[in-house]
Design a protein around this ligand. Structure first.
Ligand SMILES: [Fe+2]
Length: 335
């Protein structure tokens, strides 16, 4: 008997086969989702869960592209000069007023403080390169708000253009050397911040790829069955969307890599994504306790829904954009 037939037969005859409900995507569908509803009006998002949680208001901030630098960055200018020229003058996303990335970040944090926002979710490219001065400045600004925050890196946060080394090597060096304080003692590649009954699960996909340890970590979070929000930099593949939706995108690879020369980095691989990255993609969209995915990278606001799971991508905070997200329990599930 083929394995599939055996399982079906066993289920029909009531034979006690202990199936791990998290073993495969097919089985996961049997676990009832704890997602409620969600809605979006401009930059305001409402997310409801069927789990009883304390309501929270969060700001999603991504792609500020700070390039503050000082004497310490002098010997790295060769690697930072191109990105340092970017995002110094931006148009405010609502008023069109001109402002620098630094002013945008400050404006957003001041607003968060003023409005008594509960949590900040930072999904990468907060920095245009790993400048000590920029990281220290941003960390101080964040600390001054008194608001807890989670941070995960984007492809620019740790990247010095033209520096020798693979993407993985450079990420490992510069997240440890420069971005360390942003992780608040957590692993730079994967971490969970628990806040008011929700797990904010950070997975670094800034190389576009997912590592086996990250997949295992994500699966552990799913098993908790507590509501969770996934924070990543590069949006997950959605059919019809551009290559910027590049994590687990079947088109991703050497042929579609148009920027490796400009960004002076390793070209995306000929063979495309690893199996682990595709596996992660399936696990994300079959996770019954995943309320939403929050991402950045494209610098454009968008919403896609796959298998009932929304993926909100926020526009770049260089324009002072932020997503104002309220998470709460659907009234009939409140205790
Ligand atoms: Fe960016």
């Amino acid at each position: 008997m083929k394995r599939r037939n055996f399982i079906q037969a066993a289920a029909l005859s009531g034979v006690g086969v202990a199936l791990n409900p998290f073993n495969s995507s097919a089985n996961k569908k049997r676990v009832e989702s704890i997602r409620g509803t969600f809605s979006e009006t401009r930059n305001k998002v409402l997310i409801y869960t069927k789990t009883d949680i304390e309501p929270a208001r969060i700001f999603h901030i991504t792609d500020t592209h700070l390039s503050i630098d000082d004497e310490r960055g002098k010997k790295y200018r060769e690697f930072s000069k191109r990105m340092a020229k970017g995002y110094n003058v931006n148009s405010h996303f609502r008023t069109n007023e001109k402002l620098s990335a630094k002013e945008s970040f400050e404006l957003t944090l001041n607003l968060a403080k003023e409005q008594k926002v509960d949590f900040l979710a930072l999904t990468g490219d907060i920095f245009s390169f790993p400048s000590e001065a920029a990281v220290e400045w941003a960390f101080q600004k964040l600390t001054d708000t008194g608001i807890p925050f989670a941070y995960i890196a984007g492809n620019h946060d740790w990247h010095y253009e033209g520096m020798q080394g693979s993407e993985k090597e450079l990420r490992s060096i510069w997240t440890a050397k420069r971005l360390k304080i942003m992780y608040q003692g957590n692993n730079p590649l994967f971490a969970t911040y628990k806040f008011r009954g929700v797990r904010y699960v950070c997975i670094d996909n800034s190389t576009y790829e997912i590592e086996p340890d990250q997949l295992n970590f994500f699966n552990e979070q799913v098993k908790s069955n507590e509501p969770m929000i996934l924070l990543i930099h590069i949006p997950l593949f959605m059919p019809g969307r551009p290559i910027g939706f590049g994590c687990a995108n079947p088109e991703w690879g050497a042929k579609t890599d148009k920027n490796f020369e400009i960004e002076r980095r390793e070209r995306w691989p000929e063979k495309g994504h690893s199996k682990t990255t595709y596996r992660f993609y399936d696990e994300v969209f079959n996770a019954p306790n995943l309320l939403t995915v929050l991402a950045g990278h494209t610098h454009q606001q968008s919403l896609d829904i796959k298998n009932g799971v929304p993926q909100f991508v926020s526009a770049h905070n260089a324009t002072a954009y932020y997503a104002d997200i309220r998470i709460s329990t659907l009234p009939k599930y409140s205790k």
